[in-house]
Design a protein around this ligand. Structure first.
Ligand code: B12
Ligand code: SF4
Length: 477
């Protein structure tokens, strides 16, 4: 039992400017999820009812209120209805769990301490907040965990000069779509439980979403660290609705259906899945292309292959994903030119043009400089005639990050024009990190057919080069 809070909303309106104490003083304590019939009876028999009854619009709405039972009181009544509403709003899965300390908390802390989170400081800075969802919503009792399918089209193989974009990023930014649906779902709940506090979150709150999704029965954590569901595979986003209302809880998903399969670990080109269920994010292509702000470590660049944004390899190979259903959400259908992405055209975009094209897509997150860095690496991994002028242009970009990546990529074009461009830039380049890249590019001859390709001694040569002085390095044949 709780007191009716000030400004509580009921189907017939709110209690405007009536202090909680006045209502409590007049009617006594009323249930937190008030059975409106009871409240109505109290209002009607109360000697001071006239105070409220004289407010015409309140009185009218009270008398015509068609849904006194629209105010649901029991968790057994509201929970299935809330799930139905979630499905109606496009969430394929919905399950409920209690607000508790997640069992994987210590593993999360160990993971951070091992440095696996790299530069994702938003995880480290809030490590204590992950201890309980009350740090996301004060007084929270229940979480409804939600999954929204994004499997739309199949990926088209990139032609030379194109790069792969992860499926989740082909359409509108999912944060925009899901926040809107969560807002509507919270609104629906608040209409039935007017005094309940609710909050919808996706991604950015200090909440181990996969842990809670498993607790709410949505699936299990696979060896690729993603949440898997037997019917849906893993092509879905997760989101959470937190509330201080008590909902009916689902059974946690206890089983692990990965068995002896290691397809994801075997397929990861950068060795990011260091053991089953554990990822070193610093090696993950998704981290390198989306989260990392600086230069991609040299030894991981060739592993990026043709991925220009995100990576789906450990999901593509997962047997549970082969028969996952199609998504009908139009917002996630591939926008023009996203599946795959034309890389050379990116070098023609200035900041404003880049903003116009990508502002409402996930590709906005790494910004223009991050995307050009990624594009240069893919053009270096997959040399193509059209790539050369684009990289030469990028070598004069205002951003050292872009110039450095272009220098590295040009080092993989075994052509006089690439070498000439690197030498021209060397003569005027003042940024130390870009000079290092140019030096290494001019010295290396690391095309796929080169004996130096992938050779550990190459790193030693590059290190020596870095300390070799200011003379223009020559390619060594
Ligand atoms: C940071 C982050 C990343 C990072 C780190 C990924 C990671 N695995 O943690 C990077 C940038 C690499 C990333 C990549 C991707 N991400 Co991401 N990411 C997040 C984010 C914001 C936080 C995740 C987090 O807290 N990681 C912390 C570490 C500790 O988690 P962990 O490595 O999985 O460790 C846990 C388990 O491994 C487990 N564990 C450890 N040892 C063991 C042992 C056993 C036996 C078991 C059972 C478990 C276990 O316990 C740990 C603690 O819970 C979440 C949203 C959220 N708030 O949860 C989205 C989220 C996980 N990402 C998502 C997506 C879609 C992706 C990508 C597919 C995007 C893409 N295509 O590029 C890739 C997938 C890469 C992959 N294989 O995971 C979805 C996943 C949906 C799903 N079906 O699971 C989420 C939930 C976002 C969302 N709201 O939908 N992501
Ligand atoms: S997303 Fe790609 S790079 Fe990251 S773990 Fe999976 S396969 Fe490896």
């Amino acid at each position: 039992m709780r007191h009716v809070p000030r400004g509580a909303r009921f189907p017939w309106g709110t209690f405007p400017n009536v202090p909680e104490e006045a209502i409590v003083g007049t009617f006594g304590t009323v249930p937190y999820c008030p059975d409106s019939e009871k409240l109505r009876a109290r209002l009607e028999t109360c000697p001071t009812y006239g105070t409220f009854g004289n407010v015409p619009h309140l009185r009218a709405r009270l008398e015509t209120c068609p849904t006194p039972s629209g105010l649901m009181s029991g968790s057994s009544e509201i929970t299935p209805a809330l799930k139905d509403e979630a499905h109606r709003l496009g969430f394929a899965l919905a399950g409920v769990c209690p607000a508790v300390t997640p069992t994987g908390l210590s593993r999360f802390h160990e993971w951070l301490s091992a440095g696996y989170g790299g530069q994702m400081h938003y995880l480290t800075h809030r490590r204590e907040a992950y201890a309980h969802p009350r740090h996301v919503l004060d007084g929270v009792r229940s979480l409804m965990m939600l999954a929204m399918n994004y499997r739309t089209a199949e990926p088209a193989p990139p032609r030379p000069g194109q790069g792969r974009v992860s499926r989740y990023a082909w359409g509108t930014d999912y944060h925009d779509i899901i926040h809107d649906r969560l807002r509507r779902l919270c609104g629906w709940l608040n209409e039935r439980l007017p005094s309940a506090n609710t909050r919808g979150v996706v991604d950015t709150a200090p909440l181990l979403e996969r842990e809670f999704a498993q607790l709410a029965g949505l699936g299990w954590t696979g060896k690729n660290t993603l949440l898997l569901n037997r019917q849906m595979g893993s092509w879905f986003f997760l989101a959470a609705l937190l509330t201080d209302a008590e909902l009916e809880y689902d059974e946690p998903h206890a089983a692990d259906h990965c068995g002896t399969c290691t397809a994801c670990l075997d397929a990861c080109p950068t060795g990011a899945l260091v053991e089953p269920y554990v990822m070193d994010a610093r090696r993950c292509i998704s981290y390198l292309t989306i989260e990392l702000r600086g230069a991609v470590p040299v030894e991981l660049r060739s592993g990026m292959e043709d991925w220009v944004f995100g990576c789906d390899i450990c999901q593509e190979v997962c047997p549970w994903n082969h028969r996952a259903p199609q998504a009908d959400e139009s917002a996630y259908q591939p926008a023009d030119g996203m599946n795959p992405l034309e890389l050379t055209a990116l070098f023609e975009l200035d900041d404003e043009a880049f903003r116009r094209r990508f502002r409402h897509t996930p590709l906005w997150r790494p910004r223009r400089r991050g995307m050009l860095r990624n594009a240069a690496i893919v053009l270096g991994n997959r040399p193509t005639p059209a790539g050369l002028p684009a990289l030469v242009r990028g070598l004069s970009d205002d951003e050292p990050l872009v110039r450095g990546a272009c220098a590295w990529a040009l080092g993989r074009y075994r052509e006089a024009a690439a070498e000439a461009a690197l030498e021209r830039r060397w003569a005027i380049e003042s940024d130390a990190s870009v000079r290092e890249e140019i030096a290494a590019a001019l010295e290396s001859d690391a095309g796929p057919s080169s004996p130096w390709h992938g050779h550990p001694a190459r790193a030693d040569r590059e290190e020596k080069l870095r300390t070799a002085g200011t003379a223009v390095p020559r390619r060594s044949d």
